[in-house]
Design a protein around this ligand. Structure first.
Ligand SMILES: [Zn+2]
Length: 65
């Protein structure tokens, strides 16, 4: 599954943490800043995943449906 870059409409992977392609990101922030942003967002997301796996069993089951 793909979603579209908010700037140029290029297809980017659905699982991407950002809503724009790397080309636009680098164009806007520069390569260093862009990489830092992606890294921060991936860290935040993995923390979020960690939190959701710590939910009580009943909520876990509910989530699976
Ligand atoms: Zn783009």
């Amino acid at each position: 599954m793909y979603k579209k870059c908010i700037y140029c409409g290029a297809e980017i992977p659905e699982e991407s943490v950002i809503d724009f392609c790397s080309r636009c990101g680098k164009g806007v922030w520069g390569e260093k800043m862009f990489n830092a942003i992606v890294q921060n967002m991936e860290e935040a997301r993995s923390k979020g995943d960690l939190v959701s796996t710590n939910l009580p069993e009943t909520q876990k089951e509910f989530k699976n449906f």
